[in-house]
Design a binder for this molecule. Structure first.
Ligand SMILES: NC(=O)c1ccc[n+]([C@@H]2O[C@H](COP(=O)([O-])OP(=O)(O)OC[C@H]3O[C@@H](n4cnc5c(N)ncnc54)[C@H](OP(=O)(O)O)[C@@H]3O)[C@@H](O)[C@H]2O)c1
Length: 314
């Protein structure tokens, strides 16, 4: 892997298009690219949803409304791009928004349209644990999504984050809120699942380094995770200790969580999904043989910084 700062200066076509550029990860990727003076096109269905917090105070060069499910709008959205990042998510299936449709078919359509438009670099955001053979339809769709993207866009780079933490995340902040108010904290199973939470800003920096051409690489998969592996029980305990909370941790069988998540998915604001329960059944840590943040020159930060932030916001 070589550092090639000059590649960023390619004349003419230097737009990086971020599908899902208003999301939890996507808008940080946009921010990081803008801070590297890269022209960014942010694409989503609701482009003006979030404000960006850039060092330079810039907005994306272009904020485009498009739906990844609408193949006619994809071609226009990727036209003239040097690189395209797919950071679109789907956590709960509703109507035509199925895991198959979004994470496999639409990902393939976007990769194909990017190849046809002469895009040089395609980055697919997936997740650690993605497995085309999994019995979980979410995890399987993420794994198959990686395969179809690689087939449609030879040389595509897959970035698999571990569970991401940030001030507005749905994981660490939820644990922090619950350990403060609940005298008894329900664990997923015995709480033995191993996790390696990563700071969302570190993943955004990694993606921006790949998409901006700051790093060229022959590697096709990067797994981005934090510096420390915790069991789920240790993680909850660590957060509770840092927040001086005294919740008692109690094991709850996964079968119970699956029932709770199935019911929760019918609520308008979904707080727990079946795919989250599926993901919590297996360890979510990096494979030793794949490159990650370190190979991209990023020193990953632990969750302590974040819990400290949450503590001072409360
Ligand atoms: N969050 C985590 O801890 C985590 C961990 C591992 C992997 N990941 C992966 O990282 C990626 C980003 O996740 P995230 O948590 O940042 O997601 P997110 O906050 O839900 O953001 C999703 C983005 O995609 C856009 N989007 C959704 N459906 C779309 C569609 N049909 N067409 C165009 N844009 C669409 C959303 O904007 P609109 O709704 O306005 O369109 C938003 O900008 C996903 O692949 C996710 O699976 C996340």
């Amino acid at each position: 892997m070589t550092n090639q700062p000059g590649r960023n200066d390619l004349a003419g076509k230097n737009i990086v298009t971020v599908f899902g550029g208003t999301g939890f990860l996507g808008r940080r990727i946009v921010t990081r690219l803008l801070d590297k003076a890269v022209d960014v096109r942010s694409v989503s269905r609701h482009p003006h949803k979030y404000k960006l917090d850039t060092v330079s105070g810039q907005r994306p060069s272009q904020e485009i409304e498009a739906d990844i499910l609408d193949s006619s709008s994809i071609a226009a959205a990727v036209a003239g791009s040097r690189a395209v990042v797919n950071a679109v998510s789907l956590y709960v299936e509703r109507g035509e928004h199925t895991f198959e449709r979004v994470h496999i078919e639409a990902a393939a359509d976007l990769a194909t349209a990017s190849r046809d438009a002469g895009v040089e670099m395609f980055v697919q955001i997936s997740g650690i644990g993605s497995d085309p053979k999994s019995r979980s339809n979410y995890i399987q769709a993420r794994g198959r999504g990686e395969e179809v993207v690689k087939a449609a866009f030879p040389g595509a780079v897959i970035v698999r984050p571990s569970v991401m933490a940030g001030p507005d995340d749905a994981f660490i902040t939820t644990i922090a809120r619950l350990v403060r108010i609940l005298p008894i904290y329900p664990l997923f199973g015995e709480g033995g699942t191993r996790l390696q939470p990563v700071y969302v800003e570190d993943v955004a920096e990694a993606v921006s380094r790949l998409a901006s051409g700051q790093y060229s690489t022959d590697a096709s998969i990067f797994e981005c995770a934090g510096p420390r592996i915790y069991s789920y029980r240790e993680l909850v305990q660590e957060i509770a200790t840092q927040l001086n909370a005294r919740s008692r941790l109690v094991p709850v069988p996964f079968a119970v969580w699956s029932i709770v998540a199935t019911a929760a998915e019918f609520l308008p604001a979904v707080s727990l999904t079946r795919n989250q329960v599926d993901l919590m059944r297996r360890d979510n840590v990096t494979a030793n043989d794949l490159p990650g943040l370190e190979e991209l020159g990023i020193q990953s930060r632990g969750i302590e910084e974040l819990v400290h932030m949450i503590e001072h916001e409360a």
